[in-house]
Design a protein around this ligand. Sequence first.
Ligand SMILES: Nc1ncnc2c1ncn2[C@@H]1O[C@H](COP(=O)(O)OP(=O)(O)OP(=O)(O)O)[C@@H](O)[C@H]1O
Ligand SMILES: Nc1ncnc2c1ncn2[C@@H]1O[C@H](COP(=O)(O)OP(=O)(O)OP(=O)(O)O)[C@@H](O)[C@H]1O
Ligand SMILES: [Mg+2]
Ligand SMILES: [Mg+2]
Lengths: 228, 228
Amino acid sequence: LIEARDITKIYQMGDMQVHALRGATLEVRLGELVAIMGPSGSGKSTLMNILGCLDQPSSGEYFLEGVEIDQLDDNQLAQIRGRKIGFVFQTFNLLSRTTALSNVELPLVYSGMGGRQRRKRAMDALDAVGLADRVHHRPNELSGGQQQRVAIARALINEPSIILADEPTGNLDSKSGAEIMAIFQHLNEVRGITIIFVTHEPEIAQHTRRIVSLADGRIVDDRPVREP
Amino acid sequence: LIEARDITKIYQMGDMQVHALRGATLEVRLGELVAIMGPSGSGKSTLMNILGCLDQPSSGEYFLEGVEIDQLDDNQLAQIRGRKIGFVFQTFNLLSRTTALSNVELPLVYSGMGGRQRRKRAMDALDAVGLADRVHHRPNELSGGQQQRVAIARALINEPSIILADEPTGNLDSKSGAEIMAIFQHLNEVRGITIIFVTHEPEIAQHTRRIVSLADGRIVDDRPVREP
Ligand SMILES: Nc1ncnc2c1ncn2[C@@H]1O[C@H](COP(=O)(O)OP(=O)(O)OP(=O)(O)O)[C@@H](O)[C@H]1O
Ligand SMILES: Nc1ncnc2c1ncn2[C@@H]1O[C@H](COP(=O)(O)OP(=O)(O)OP(=O)(O)O)[C@@H](O)[C@H]1O
Ligand SMILES: [Mg+2]
Ligand SMILES: [Mg+2]
């Protein structure tokens, strides 16, 4: 259960202020599949970073499973990020000096999993996103869409209970994009994982059950997806 | 006029070979507006880098305006890249320590334009892509789609005769994407600039006059866009 109340985010730039979020209130229940849409610069990534405990709001409260996030210390936050949440970044954020396989193994290193089991799990995750033949490539030896898929595999590897994906299909052709969406839908419908993702593509949003729309730092719409 | 004949690109990975391009032949005339489509990993960015003189093929020939590119020295190549070609990278490649404005000014610095005129031109270019109020932000103070638009403004600033754009609307909502496409179409129809861009979105490709399709390192289709 995600509960964000009246979240603002203000960046100070010299003597000017940028209001990235101007009071966003959002509730997401366990097992939901939610799409966040809105124009470029409307605050989607800013909101996702706050929901993912990667950033703090300037004001407002954020509760994750009933726990108020700004009351937690760094260790507790790291635990939540590592175990509960899988985050797919809009710009991937892969480690450039190591292979796809090592990148995907990384969350399992932090959670203390043994080497052989870790490697098998990472191989399976890369296979699931169609990259079985690219596991030893480093990010700059991968296409844009392949890098995006490594970032997705890494986010799923710890079997988090919440997945936050910031435009996970932006660099993918429709077929690869559909394969990724099928993975997300399976995780949501079969394993009950709560999934929130940002997308610019209406056809992708149509496959979710709820669409939250942002504009200029505010939530301007929040409605269920109508069955066609 | 772009003439690429039987272009291959092979990456050596240890004792394995990755065939990113397996013999691509492509001719593009002055003033064309061409979309390149294909699955993730099919060789689109690799082909674009070769067309943009940023990379060399493993075999095959590439002629740009009748000049055989592999006969040129580094200086001549730099001239072509700086003056003739505007390149929008799939992963933006902005300088992270400097502002949007400085990033966009950079090609004009290299072409020797004076400071005041350079600044005015860069301000106009950023205004044209809707970023007038973000000129002093650095890339990590910009949204994904805003970074993409800075990369687009930078590619246009030198008024190149050829624009190569690798998924220029991948991070943009449909409205911002349509605004960018309108800029490209204007440059093509009114100023006669030759434009080749990679896209995953069929609706965007429909606004061009020719669609080249890649699969597994080969050009598998090349046809005009039929009027609806
Ligand atoms: N430096 C490299 N070393 C090894 N293989 C590479 C390298 N660069 C690219 N590749 C491989 O070459 C193939 C083509 O890559 P390319 O970036 O051209 O694909 P693309 O069509 O642009 O894909 P996308 O739509 O995902 O951006 C991919 O399978 C990729 O893994
Ligand atoms: N560190 C920062 N300093 C100043 N302004 C910032 C900073 N980070 C983001 N912004 C601004 O906050 C606004 C919201 O940014 P955000 O990244 O959340 O947008 P977005 O909706 O994800 O856009 P996109 O669809 O382009 O990715 C943007 O206008 C951006 O310029
Ligand atoms: Mg964003
Ligand atoms: Mg590419």
